[in-house]
Unconditional design. Structure first.
Length: 179
């Protein structure tokens, strides 16, 4: 039913390189939050978990003199734009359906408004789920990006989440058929 699994995304070297940079533990926690929220908001758990897992894949490390520079980051960061593009390329390469890849990329683009001029953004339910899932795992001064998780544990959690998504999709056979 699904074109690609979270595990196939997790195992790709691009994911390993860039998601680890912004925090694998944060990405997995956000994906679990997105799974739970997807029921409440009535959106596809497949799309919600993939977008939440990849939402910070566009992060760049803002260092000055060997230290993280939060001011530099705030001024120059475009990780949501970069992440949307990077995730889209990765998903298409792995064989994701182009319409799903687009929806996931858009949710990543809009998961934060920190890089946008002031104003209100309208988020559709999938985009809202991903933004909320991120927020739910946020810690003060960005320390959620530095929480560590062992590779084996991360893999086990991804496999378990894949099973949860498959169960949910088979319970709702027709509901997300068009996605
Ligand atoms: Fe982010
Ligand atoms: Fe995040």
């Amino acid at each position: 039913m699904r074109d690609i699994t979270l595990l196939s995304i997790f195992e790709h070297r691009i994911t390993q390189k860039y998601v680890k940079r912004s925090g694998m533990a944060h990405a997995i926690a956000a994906a679990y939050h997105a799974f739970n929220l997807s029921k409440e908001f009535n959106v596809s758990p497949d799309l919600a978990t993939k977008a939440a897992f990849l939402h910070d894949i566009g992060h760049y490390t803002w260092y000055r003199n060997g230290k993280w520079d939060y001011k530099l980051y705030k001024e120059n960061d475009i990780h949501a734009i970069k992440g949307a593009e990077r995730a889209h390329k990765l998903l298409v390469r792995l064989g994701e359906h182009p319409q799903k890849a687009k929806k996931i990329a858009l949710a990543i683009l809009l998961h934060t408004d920190s890089y946008l001029p002031d104003g209100n953004l309208y988020l559709d339910p999938l985009q809202k789920v991903v933004a909320l899932a991120d927020e739910m795992d946020e810690e003060p001064s960005g320390s959620h990006h530095y929480r560590q998780i062992e590779d084996e544990k991360a893999r086990r959690m991804i496999v378990r989440l894949d099973q949860m998504i498959d169960n949910e999709l088979s319970k709702n056979q027709n509901k997300f058929a068009s996605l």
